[in-house]
Ligand binder design. Structure first.
Ligand SMILES: [Fe+2]
Length: 342
């Protein structure tokens, strides 16, 4: 079990140099943080946890209605597609309260946005950057993509997610469930990052790593799914706004060679150079925006994308969804076959 992930009290950051030191270490040496004293009301997290299981018990018709619902504050994405065909219920009596789900997750996403902004403020401070320097580098108003991930029970242990770095991602807030399984690469060893009560697990994505020439570390991680258990997880991905003009902060250019060496070493050690996932090698000079355009969709479309026997409900606030042209066309296309069968 990892003792190496620093636990950061949001409340203490203002008056404790020790807390800020821990944050610095978490960003630069570990790539993972536990965030506590965040002020997210328990009523909001409890509501999200209470409503989530039904989403995956409901049948595909009910889920389709949620995905295509246009009266709420959220847009819904990847709720059901052909990769889920084996695991989604064809028929079920579970009915979804769309309005309640919509409100609950809107409130949750709003809280993640709030805590994320505070965290980024302190990340800038401990890195010695001027206020706003990071959000200038990756663009204001990151798009928050909320998932509920569901892994159902199987008799054997399996990988829920194989080794990866969060891509197209500034940072990820994760509300874990009691069922453990998250592991991170730490100094060449895999270490568990277990559930903690009232605590978010945060890891840094490759956008932040790229913007800081690797001073901030995007750490490789994986998720093990134990036998005979089911699990829900709630990651919130802070992703680039399409308005963003991502650039690298020149204050950190001194780290370019170290960054390059680390990228090569980690990749070779963890997945091997001939691994079929993430075939393209990233370098400090990679144009990440172009890289993402080319590769994100391609990865997701692959049958062997490292998403194993899981189901996901994806959500974005309607306002942000409209900005990025999220959901409508994709879902209507995705669902038209099922409508005709009903
Ligand atoms: Fe991840």
């Amino acid at each position: 079990m990892s003792e190496n992930v620093p636990s950061i009290s949001i409340q203490n950051l203002r008056h404790s140099a020790e807390e800020r030191q821990k944050l610095f270490k978490g960003l630069t040496k570990v790539g993972f943080l536990y965030i506590c004293d965040h002020g997210v009301p328990k009523s909001i997290t409890d509501r999200v946890k209470r409503l989530s299981p039904d989403v995956f018990l409901a049948d595909k018709w009910e889920r389709q209605e949620l995905a295509q619902w246009r009266e709420g504050k959220l847009s819904y994405g990847d709720i059901y597609n052909e990769k889920d065909q084996r695991v989604v219920n064809e028929r079920s009596d579970v009915k979804l309260d769309k309005k309640e789900i919509d409100e609950a997750f809107f409130d949750y996403i709003s809280e993640m946005y709030r805590v994320g902004e505070i965290l980024v403020y302190w990340v800038e401070k401990v890195l010695g950057l001027k206020n706003g320097a990071l959000s200038e580098a990756y663009g204001k108003d990151p798009i928050l993509v909320q998932h509920i991930n569901y892994y159902h029970t199987k008799p054997n242990e399996r990988w829920a997610f194989v080794e990866h770095v969060d891509r197209n991602c500034i940072l990820t807030f994760l509300m874990q469930s009691e069922v453990g399984g998250l592991e991170m690469d730490f100094n060449g060893r895999w270490e568990e990052v277990p559930f903690r009560e009232n605590t978010f697990t945060v890891n840094l994505g490759n956008i932040l790593e790229h913007a800081t020439y690797g001073v901030v570390k995007a750490t490789w991680h994986r998720v093990r799914m134990p036998a005979n258990q089911k699990r829900h997880q709630w990651p919130t991905f802070f992703t680039l706004s399409p308005k963003s003009t991502l650039f690298q902060i020149q204050d950190f250019a001194w780290n370019k060679d170290n960054y390059q060496r680390r990228l090569i070493e980690e990749r070779a050690r963890i997945i091997g150079n001939d691994n079929r996932h993430q075939a393209e090698v990233l370098t400090p000079d990679t144009n990440i925006l172009e890289w993402l355009k080319e590769h994100s969709k391609e990865f997701e479309a692959r049958k062997d994308f490292p998403k194993v026997d899981s189901q996901i409900l994806e959500m974005v606030s309607r306002k942000q969804g409209d900005e990025i042209g999220y959901d409508v066309a994709e879902n209507e296309f995705r669902y038209q076959n099922y409508e005709s069968k009903k």
